[in-house]
Ligand binder design. Sequence first.
Ligand code: SF4
Length: 213
Amino acid sequence: MNKILKINEIFFSLQGESSKSGLPTTFIRLSGCHLRCQYCDTKYAYHNGENLDIKSIIKKVKNYQSKHVCITGGEPLLQKSVYPLMTQLCDKGYKVSLETSGDKSAVLVDNRVKKIIDIKTPDSKAGVSVHFDNLKNLSNTELKFVICSDKDFNWAENFVKENNLSESKILYSPSFGEVTATHLAEKILSSGSSAQLQIQLHKYLWPNKESGI
Ligand code: SF4
């Protein structure tokens, strides 16, 4: 059966986040999110979207030249049909990544998919809601913390320490407009943190663009 997903948008741009930052990528943004992070820049994806079957989604992806595909949202794991979508994309030779909010179990995601798991900090105001199964197998996984304040930075450092994550791929991203990249860079350097600084590249390249970035 060709499964249906509610899709907010499919677009081609540069990857703005994760260790793949800067790579031309086709984005599939799924509709719907159960969280309400105070810095959310994709509120338009909470409800709007059109129902598409997997075949139609892959056909749209083929319109772009990139072999990199990022599944994002919203929260993609709210829709069960995202699992066969990711597997079919991998089968067709795409390098697939998944951006997820971290409080839904991602253990059933195809092993070929790179998982970028957001760990929500206290000042995200989303509620700290980590699904700890996601920390058990961190191969092909990056853990991303959006840092909104010095309090968040200290919380993230403690989280990494308490969960023995210093050997894992840890990304700290400054919350745009709340913490500067320079300030976060200096915090990382002065604290001996093992985290890698990342900026939301698309916000610097296209600061006034709301969607399709
Ligand atoms: S998890 Fe993502 S889409 Fe959902 S509210 Fe937070 S930033 Fe927005």
